[in-house]
Write a new protein. Sequence first.
Length: 597
Amino acid sequence: MPPDYYLKQMLMLVPYIVLIRIASFMIFSAYSIVLRYISTNDALSIFKACTPMTLILFIGRLTFPNRLGILKMPIGVIALEFLLTLTGTLGVRLARRLYFETSEREKFENIGMNGKKKRVLLIGAGDAGNMVAKELKQRTDLGMDVVGFIDDNPRKFKNAIQGIRILGNTSQIPELVKNLGIEEAIITIANASSSVIKGISDICEKTKIDVKIIPGLFEMLDGRVKITKIRNINIDDLLGRSVVNFENHFSEIVKAYENKHILVTGAGGSIGSELCRQLTVMLPKGIILLDKDENSIFEIDNELRGKVGGQVLGNTYPLIADIRNFDRLKLIFDRFRPQIIFHAAAHKHVPLMEHNAAEAIMNNILGTRHLVQLADQYAVERFVYISTDKAVNPTSVMGATKKIGEIIVQDIAPKSLVKFSCVRFGNVLGSRGSVVPFFQKQISNGGPITVTHPDVRRYFMSISEAVQLIIQAGTIGEKGEIFVLDMGKPIKITELAKELIRLSGHKIEDIDIKFIGLRPGEKLYEEVLIEKEKSTATRYEKIFVASPIKVNYTEFSKNLDELLAAAKTWNESKIASCLHQMDIGYSGEKNLLLNSP
């Protein structure tokens, strides 16, 4: 057939092709796209809308080559028609979006920003960097001009993202700042570790430019913070931000808590409230919030009844109760029948508990024994006891009470159907009564910062990360195992103080650091394991299990009864004597007597 024959046949098909294409565009909602905000998803919809007619022509050519000459057109013609339709429809829409963006940018530059823009460098050319670059290009009202990317992956060098070039690696930041007039750097690495952030921060500090950061992984878990929420670097970023891969186990973790009634003791505290927030992501049937402080329970209950993770959690049960009251706890178990318990309630302030040893014992030990007994009696599925690194070779009453709590759990675990476990970790940044807010208050008052000893060191972890690991560990406990969280390297408190001074906008020499000596019950160094405990890995990253130590539970129970009796009568000399006799490694004060008026 001559070429003009196919042209004539094609022209005869045009009305039908147009009608079918219009129908396809309506079916795939291509006409409802807002041109100002057209995206890759919209481009995919247009691609789908262009496909049906092309398939009809192609199938017609293969199926009826002889009977209907009108359909016997070359495949090249069919392909060309498809490409012209696709590029034409997409091109018009993209051109319209470019027009809107350009005109809007010019409007802000000429009216709002007076043509002045802050020159910004994005550090991290990954998915997070791409999202931030896109946001900054759209948010012209922010007045930021992204000059380029920095990335330590040499394969990315000289490539471009959103039309922005990757200029080099982090070691080249000072040179780029000088040559390009950079005024601000933004760390756009969502899973950046503390060491990486500190390294970048130190480099940028030498160049005298401002440094900001996008939220970390744990801040985005419940959906309350978006990745493009740029903020200043804080102490959590420098000390408590770690990289942990949860994706491989997330469905398994959710399955353990989904559709369950979960009791959280100490739900108003730092750890307890964060546990409640993160457990909402696991879609429980309900969360029982138990604490003796009504104000903190009021706050967390209101928060959970609002939007958490994009959902409204209505099944929260705020309960005011003291875990020392066995009868009250029994009524709660009767009514709510918890299936999983996270026991976070405890008196935790070391020096304060040295002066209130009886109260620490009644709350931390008697309360724990009550909950363990009821969990066994009511056949709870899982019981997770929140412990501390201060339970290892304790020098304080608080540490001793947590060690005894671990032994109580390990004693009942082999004899019970309940899956008991303990989780042991160190200090959490920003918790109530922790050193960070205390130092920040001292800095705001002009100093001095009071540090107990020049060589004192502590393990630190962010609250979000600690709780995420607690939730993970709670799914693998069986018979009273003690799970130890990888806390990284211990941090020197004097270095922590200096970092806080710098983050507050001061020079180190502006704020004095005063050493006041170790307080009652404190150590220079904290431990997470004793020599008799052997740590082995679990299937979860950063979670290890310590083998239980053999204890003579008959003798232990006898000493425990004597200790509780001494606490009930506020007999401090007897309390000290019992703690030293219990073979828990206690090496604290032998005299706990308070000075009376």
